[in-house]
Design a protein around this ligand. Structure first.
Ligand SMILES: *[C@@H]1O[C@H](CO)[C@@H](O)[C@H](O)[C@H]1NC(C)=O
Ligand SMILES: *[C@@H]1O[C@H](CO)[C@@H](O)[C@H](O)[C@H]1NC(C)=O
Length: 263
């Protein structure tokens, strides 16, 4: 029996997210998967066992009521968004990849929906910054004794004592009076785009950072584009001139030939 257990293969990298959300709020959960599953159907279901839990949404029919799923095979990641959460939605959920003729693979997420303030939260799970600028993320927590971490999904974690995360500058400050951890990422680069999470007291909240191109980069690329169009236009013009000259010369030599014959 040499066949590798598919569950042993590298799949979703966010094993065991535990997320706390306030009632009526929304949450987006990223589910990472291996490159080899790019073309397969992804799903989100309620329960811990990905092989037996009934799917709520599939990537080939991406919306069901308040739950939607979006697959981005380029990352590769699929995200599940649940709106208007109720306390009754609290449960284990699974991110799954449907594998025909074999056991599906997947990972679990625990979602805890509370009436009061959530254990760990951010104002926005989607943060956008311009290349070269900085972005700041505030994570509010309930339990002040625990170690606060800022992690890059698929990478490592940074704490208040860290100055960098995977070689990128990061500043983490813990305001224990207001129970807010502030994360500042300076000198944003395009490669900083991706999923991160705040971690405190056994709770996590995913945050997506998008780095937009710096304005001068956009200006530069439009100038390059303009130069390209002008160059192309000149080339077409040159071609037309060559063709006309050639035709005129052709007519001229025809005329000369006729004159020679007439003589
Ligand atoms: C998960 O579900 C499958 C299919 O129903 C079953 O064979 C398997 O034993 C279950 N796994 C666990 C850990 O319960
Ligand atoms: C949210 O869900 C509650 C309970 O199911 C419902 O009464 C309410 O209308 C919903 N709100 C929105 C904006 O969908």
């Amino acid at each position: 029996h040499t066949r590798m257990d598919p569950l042993m293969l590298l799949f979703l990298l966010i094993a065991g997210l535990t997320v706390s959300v306030q009632r009526r709020e929304s949450v987006t959960i990223p589910c990472f998967y291996d490159d080899r599953y790019k073309t397969l159907v992804k799903y989100w279901c309620r329960g811990r066992n990905v092989s037996s839990c009934p799917p709520i949404v599939h990537s080939d029919s991406p919306q069901d009521g308040k739950v939607s799923i979006r697959d981005d095979p380029h990352q590769p990641v699929f995200t599940v968004t649940i709106n208007n959460l109720t306390v009754g939605d609290s449960d284990f959920y699974s991110c799954g990849v449907k594998i025909l003729g074999d056991v599906d693979v997947g990972d679990q997420v625990y979602l805890s929906v509370t009436d009061g303030s959530p254990e760990l939260s951010v104002d926005k799970q989607e943060v956008t910054g311009v290349e070269g600028d900085s972005v700041s993320i505030q994570c509010r927590y309930g339990n002040s004794d625990s170690l606060k971490l800022w992690c890059k999904i698929g990478g490592s974690c940074a704490s208040e004592r860290s100055v960098s995360l995977d070689g990128r500058p990061v500043l983490i400050r813990d305001d224990t009076v207001n129970k807010i951890v502030s994360v500042t990422m300076r000198g944003l680069k395009r490669k900083d785009t991706g999923w991160y999470w705040c971690d405190a007291g056994g709770w996590q909240i995913p945050v997506h950072i998008t780095t937009l191109l710096f304005k001068s980069t956009i200006l530069f690329s439009s100038l390059v584009q303009l130069a390209l169009y002008v160059g192309l236009g000149l080339l077409v013009l040159l071609l037309i001139i060559i063709i006309i000259t050639w035709k005129v010369q052709d007519k001229h030599s025809e005329y000369l030939l006729m004159q020679t014959i007439n003589k």
